[in-house]
Design a protein around this ligand. Structure first.
Ligand SMILES: [Zn+2]
Length: 139
């Protein structure tokens, strides 16, 4: 397919089409418009990720969607170097709203990625025509 072996230093990698469930459908619909949604519980006022109908903190079903700027800091990460598509980074971002999001880091080199750095969400196309997936790069 591709004839080049030179990869841009973005660490982007192919992402499989996400599994869209009834519980996450609104999230993926928003993702298509470039909007990042999280869920907040109106009973205990805590935000959570991934989106769930039942609050993971207090088990209330009073959870609502909330649009997030998708900004936060790198909590931890691992660089996967033995990938056929080149090195990529997986890790967790702590959103400014509190929840931790497992994600891929993009738009930087492995050397640029640092714990505690500010990052912001962007959406990457997925394989198989599914909705785009949230990934994080420099804010
Ligand atoms: Zn709650």
């Amino acid at each position: 397919m591709s004839e080049t072996t030179e990869r841009p230093a973005t660490m982007a990698r192919p992402i499989p089409s996400p599994a869209v469930t009834l519980e996450t459908q609104a999230f993926w619909e928003a993702a298509k418009e470039g909007r990042f949604l999280i869920k907040r519980c109106t009973a205990c006022d805590q935000a959570h990720w991934y989106p769930r109908a039942i609050c993971p903190f207090c088990a209330s079903d009073q959870t609502v969607w909330e649009e997030s700027p998708g900004e936060g800091v790198v909590y931890t990460f691992s660089i996967m170097r033995r990938s056929p598509s080149g090195p990529y980074a997986l890790g967790y971002v702590t959103l400014d709203e509190g929840p931790a999001v497992m994600t891929n880091f993009v738009d930087m080199t492995p050397e640029d990625l640092k714990i505690g750095m500010r990052v912001k969400v962007r959406f990457q196309e997925t394989e198989g025509g599914g909705p785009p997936a949230p990934v994080f790069g420099p804010a």
